[in-house]
Structure formats: structure tokens, C-alpha cells
Design a protein around this ligand. Structure first.
Ligand code: CUK
Ligand code: CUA
Length: 625
């Protein structure tokens, strides 16, 4: 436990002083434009078949050559990737492979990324990304990292937002499926992976026929090292999660408190729980040695009957809600955690400060408005409004969460407006909704079905991500844009462009292997069957126009792109050996392969880089044994 104690971040718990956001930030500025929006939307209506919004309204469009105001980071679901779009244009800017090999980025082809996928990542060929969350400092985006879960194989990945590239994958033990992903705030002290499917721990063949012995864990991951610091076992399944703004509490929804193994068993009880994890109390338990080490990780018992949940500082408080709450998100002011009912038409508003004070966790529930059918996820505009997707009603509901605290449970009065979406939304996200000061101007509803909104493309349809302007409370929610989406984004984070600082070229100090400058190229036969090649690429040649190998040679190739000009990208594709290394300016990549196929293979550059791109090649001669 000494090691863990040393790693524990210092944490004092300041009372949050989060004032109401500055209205000038979005409200007033956008309000000034709303007259114009009103006119254009009337004109647009006559042309379009949609539901009376600013579909063609000029001020939310981004002209050719102009930049967007926001980055949107969307998960790619079972493509295993992250997509980057610009808002409000909704133009797709980049894809970031995370849990899958991808040849345009050379991901899974060079030594570092293939090791990450095959070793640290466990060797799976795909993943299921749901919840991309960008790191924060002082409850605001710091643009350093993006973390995303793998629901399929129980992993967490980190994307470096300087290079827009996945730089770490952790295969989380003792769980199948990391679903919710988010962090301890205000400063990203920990990243949390919310375990979903219940399995034996460790899942090594024991207890196969004893579902009572299966467990589900919350995993706390160190954002720097990506090591799992500890896990907490709980009763029932977990689902989504979010962190309080001041660092003490972490919340996870869950279903299957029945601990059943079939759908009917899981839906028997009419209530489930939001679990509130007391993070400092869990660290205390770990440091006191109150855990069982399973698969090399300290696992703390946070089940209801655990002795750690007795006394006046339980490590996990179980707040009962109507059955199967799904999304949970903390309000920007840090006052409430709001869980969406899914199978119940209500949202449950939990007073975060009250959790530490009440004897019965139920007393921390301070509001339970009726929002509509199938509430799944809730986002915020920073003006006291919550926006909740209604899966069954196929709507987004805008409501006032303080009014919900005032109102009787079950009241619909806090609901201000409902807007149809096309069709059936899962998540939604507002600009900077996960921070203490959302921008309050845009909202994207991630709709699972597009039905008749686009040209048909066969029996599998695209999904439909719909952009709304929400900056003018008098005008209400305005639908601006439909964007077809390749299956299937679950969640997103929207970050102002000023908070991300992408690199223009690689800084060679940031790369772990040595750069090969012009004049430093070398071909070395280390022994009978081992060859090391160091070479460079530039317009329109490689350091070696030809390379002669012997059949059976084990070849390590390191190659640098010596260009210093932004956006001059090369690659080296080696047919027959299944290799394609992408090389941004000043980047260096390495690959090892066995030259087991004799013949002539033209290595070539796959990125169109100049008029002589087709001539950029090297002849690989593999002489037969
Ligand atoms: S989610 Cu992962 S099942 Cu509502 Cu965040 Cu889509
Ligand atoms: Cu270098 Cu094409």
C-alpha cells in the first residue's frame, strides 16, 4: 500500500464558487442575431420538409475557407474510433483510430501502435467506443487528452490531443465491458471506467455456473500512467457515470440490481440504484489495506453489505431510483447529479452536498420531474436548463432543473419545451456541457435512426446527428442541420477551438525513437539473418532507391519524414508484407518484418504528396534462399 499512498494525488476539497455564467458569453450576443434567424427560418421553411426551424439560416453556416468554432469529438461505437467534426458546420475533419488498425493513419502498422493494440490492448481487432471525455483543469477543458472506453473488451484508451493520436490503451482486468467513462474533477486526477457486464473475478473459469459470485467494478485509472489504481466492487450492473465538480463524489447509474442473467430477471424489480462513490474514503480503504488483490489490482468491497459501507463514512452510497436509470450527468454549478430514467418517464435530481450529510441516501433526492417517455441522457447550457433525450418520444426536452427541485415529484411543470428529433435519440451533448461553464449555444442530438432523412444506401442506414442552436431562450431550440453518421456514435464532447492546440509537425523530442536525418541513413546487416535499415522520406524519394534482402531476413525499418512543411505527408507501403506507415512531417516510425517472400516489391508512398508522387518508391529485392 506504500506505493499507492505515494501515487495518491493530494486533494483538499474547496467549496465550489461557481457563479452564474456571464450572459454576454453567448446569450446576449446570440440574442442580437436572433431577429435575423427568425426571418431566414421562415424562408427556409417553404423550401424544406422539416419541422419549422432555421435549417438554412446563414449565421450558423461556415463558408468555404472559414474555420469552425468548436471541435466535436464523437465516439465511433463499434468501429472502435473517434471522429472529429467541426461545429457548427458538422464537417468531419479527422478520424482517430483507437481500438482498431487503420491504414490511412498507419495505426496498428508501426511498432508502437501495433504493440499498443496487440500487447497492452490485449490483441483484439476491434472495440466499441461510447464515451469520449476531454481532460480538464479547474473544471475547464485543458486540451491535453481525450479518454474513451471500450465497452466490448473492457479497456480504456487515451488520445493525445496535440497529435490527435491514440497514445495509450489499458486492458482493465476483472471486468467485461467498460461502459461509462469520465473523470475525477476538477483536474482529471483519475479516469473512471464503469464496469457493466457482471463476470467472475478473475474470469478464469471459476464460478461459471454461479451468477451470484459474479461482480461488477468501478475502475480508477491514473491518467498519466494509465495504470489501474484500484477497483470497487458493487452490487448490480453499472452503466454510465459522471464526476462531481469538486472531486469527492463520483456517480454511476446501474441496472440489474436483481443480479439476474436474463432480460426478464433483470427487469423484475421496479427500482435500481445510482451509486455515489466517496473517492477519498476509497483511497483511505486502499491505503489501510482493506482490499483483496485480484489480477494485480486492489479491489475494495463496495457492495451493500460490506463492512466498508457501515459507519458514518460509507465508501459507496446506494440511492434508489425508478428502475434502470441510464445517463447521469452533473450540473455545471456542481450542485446536482441528474439521472435519466430510461424505463421511467422521470429524471432524478440528487443534491450532491446532501449525500454526505443525510442518514438515508434517499433524502438526497431533491427532485423527480416527469420529462417524457424514455429519458436517456442530459446536457446543460449553463443557464439553468437541462436538455434530456427522450428515446421513445423521439424528442429532446428542455427543462429547468431548479424548478424541478421546487416542484412536486412527478410534475411536468419544469419542462419548458420539447423538440422532435429524427429519429429516436440516444445521447445528446451541448457545447462544453461537461465543464463548469458550458457555452450554451449549440447542442447535438445523436439519433440512432435516420429512416427517411437521407438517400437510401441499402438496408443498413446511417444514423442522424442533428445540430440545434440553443442560444436564444425566447426563440427556443432551433434545428439547424442533419448530418448522416456512419454507425455509430454514442456520445460526444464539444470543445471550443481555443482550448485545443494541435501540432503542425512532429516535435522529434516527443517521439521515443530516434529521428533519421538526411545523411544519417544506414543499411546494416547485423548478422546472417538480421538487417537494420534507417532511412528518410521526402518529396519525391526515399533515402534508398533500392534495398536488397535475403529471404528469411528479419528486417527492422526505421523511417523519418524529413519534411518541415506542414501537411506534406508521406507513407511507405510495402506490398506483400502488409505494411503501411504514415509519416507526418518530422515523424519517425519503425516496423519489423520477416522477408519470407522472395521477389521484387516496389515500396511506395501512398499519400499523394507532389506531382512526382507516383515516382516516389524504393525497390525491395528479396533474393531467394
Ligand atoms: S450509451 Cu453506451 S449504450 Cu446511452 Cu452512453 Cu449508448
Ligand atoms: Cu510521398 Cu507520395
Amino acid at each position: 500500500t506504500e506505493a499507492t499512498a505515494a501515487k495518491r494525488p493530494s486533494l483538499d476539497l474547496p467549496r465550489l464558487e461557481l457563479g452564474r455564467r456571464d450572459f454576454m458569453k453567448a446569450g446576449a450576443a446570440v440574442g442580437a442575431m436572433s431577429g435575423l434567424a427568425g426571418c431566414t427560418s421562415i424562408l427556409a421553411d417553404e423550401e424544406s420538409n422539416d419541422s419549422g426551424d432555421a435549417a438554412a439560416s446563414g449565421e450558423h453556416s461556415v463558408a468555404p475557407g472559414e474555420h469552425d468554432e468548436y471541435y466535436g469529438f464523437l465516439s465511433g461505437g463499434h468501429t472502435g474510433e473517434i471522429r472529429v467534426v467541426g461545429l457548427p458546420s458538422m464537417r468531419e475533419l479527422m478520424r482517430i483510430p483507437v481500438f482498431q488498425a487503420e491504414s490511412a493513419r498507419g495505426f496498428g502498422h508501426d511498432a508502437k501502435s501495433s504493440q499498443m493494440l496487440e500487447e497492452e490492448g490485449g490483441g483484439y481487432t476491434w472495440g466499441d467506443t461510447h464515451h469520449p471525455r476531454v481532460s480538464q483543469t479547474d473544471n475547464d477543458y485543458d486540451g491535453r487528452w481525450l479518454f474513451v472506453n471500450d465497452k466490448a473488451n473492457g479497456r480504456m484508451a487515451r488520445v493525445d490531443l496535440e497529435y490527435f493520436e491514440t497514445d495509450a490503451i489499458t486492458n482493465v482486468p476483472n471486468c467485461q465491458g467498460v461502459h461509462g467513462a469520465c473523470m475525477q474533477l476538477p483536474d482529471t486526477q483519475l479516469v473512471f471506467g464503469v464496469g457493466e457486464f457482471r463476470v467472475p473475478m478473475p474470469n478464469d473459469g471459476r464460478d461459471v455456473q454461479s451468477p451470484d459470485e459474479y461482480g461488477s467494478v468501478l475502475s480508477a485509472i491514473n491518467p498519466e500512467t494509465m495504470d489501474v489504481e484500484w477497483q470497487v466492487e458493487v452490487d448490480g450492473n453499472m452503466d454510465n457515470g459522471d464526476g462531481g465538480k469538486e472531486g469527492r463524489w463520483f456517480f454511476a447509474t446501474g441496472y440489474n440490481s436483481e443480479e439476474g442473467v436474463t432480460e426478464s430477471e433483470m427487469a423484475r424489480s421496479d427500482r435500481d440504484y445510482v451509486k455515489a462513490f466517496d473517492i477519498p474514503a476509497i483511497w483511505d480503504a486502499v491505503e489501510a489495506g482493506n482490499y483483496e488483490e485480484i489480477s494485480g489490482v486492489p479491489v475494495v468491497d463496495g457492495t451493500m453489505d460490506s463492512s466498508l459501507n457501515e459507519g458514518d463514512r460509507p465508501i459507496v452510497r446506494y440511492v434508489a431510483t425508478p428502475k434502470s436509470p441510464h445517463g447521469i450527468s452533473v450540473t455545471p454549478d456542481g450542485n446536482y447529479a441528474i439521472a435519466s430514467g430510461k424505463l421511467d418517464p422521470s429524471c432524478t435530481v440528487i443534491d450532491i452536498d446532501a449525500i454526505a450529510e443525510v442518514d438515508d441516501p434517499q433524502e438526497s433526492i431533491v427532485g423527480q420531474p416527469r420529462i417524457g417517455m424514455g429519458p436517456l441522457h442530459t446536457a446543460y447550457d449553463g443557464r439553468g436548463h437541462a436538455y434530456t433525450t427522450l428515446f421513445i418520444d423521439s424528442q429532446v426536452a428542455k427543462w429547468d432543473y431548479e424548478a424541478a427541485v421546487e416542484a412536486e415529484a412527478g410534475s411536468e411543470e419544469p419542462v419548458i419545451e420539447k423538440h422532435d428529433v429524427h429519429y429516436n435519440p440516444g445521447h445528446l451533448i451541448a457545447s462544453e456541457s461537461y465543464t463548469a461553464s458550458p457555452q450554451g449555444d449549440y447542442l447535438v442530438s445523436l439519433n440512432k435512426l435516420s429512416k427517411d432523412r437521407f438517400l437510401p444506401v441499402g438496408p443498413i442506414h446511417p444514423e442522424n446527428d442533428q445540430l440545434f442552436h440553443i442560444g436564444d431562450d425566447d426563440a427556443g431550440m432551433e434545428l439547424i442541420k442533419d448530418k448522416p453518421s456512419y454507425p455509430e456514435p454514442h456520445d460526444a464532447s464539444i470543445v471550443h477551438k481555443d482550448k485545443i492546440e494541435p501540432a503542425k509537425t512532429w516535435d522529434t523530442d516527443d517521439y521515443e525513437i530516434d529521428y533519421v536525418a538526411e545523411g544519417e541513413e544506414s543499411f546494416e546487416r547485423v548478422d546472417d539473418s538480421t538487417v537494420e535499415i534507417e532511412m528518410w522520406a521526402r518529396r519525391n524519394e526515399y533515402a534508398f532507391p533500392e534495398v536488397t534482402l535475403q529471404e528469411g531476413d528479419e528486417v527492422t525499418l526505421r523511417i523519418s519524414n524529413v519534411e518541415t512543411t506542414s501537411d506534406v505527408i508521406h507513407s511507405i507501403a510495402i506490398p506483400e508484407y502488409d505494411i503501411n506507415l504514415a509519416l507526418a512531417p518530422q515523424d519517425t516510425r519503425e516496423v519489423t518484418f520477416t522477408a519470407d517472400q522472395p521477389g521484387v516489391f516496389w515500396a511506395y508512398c501512398a499519400y499523394f504528396c507532389s506531382a512526382l508522387h507516383l515516382e516516389m518508391r524504393s525497390r525491395i529485392l528479396v533474393e531467394p534462399d
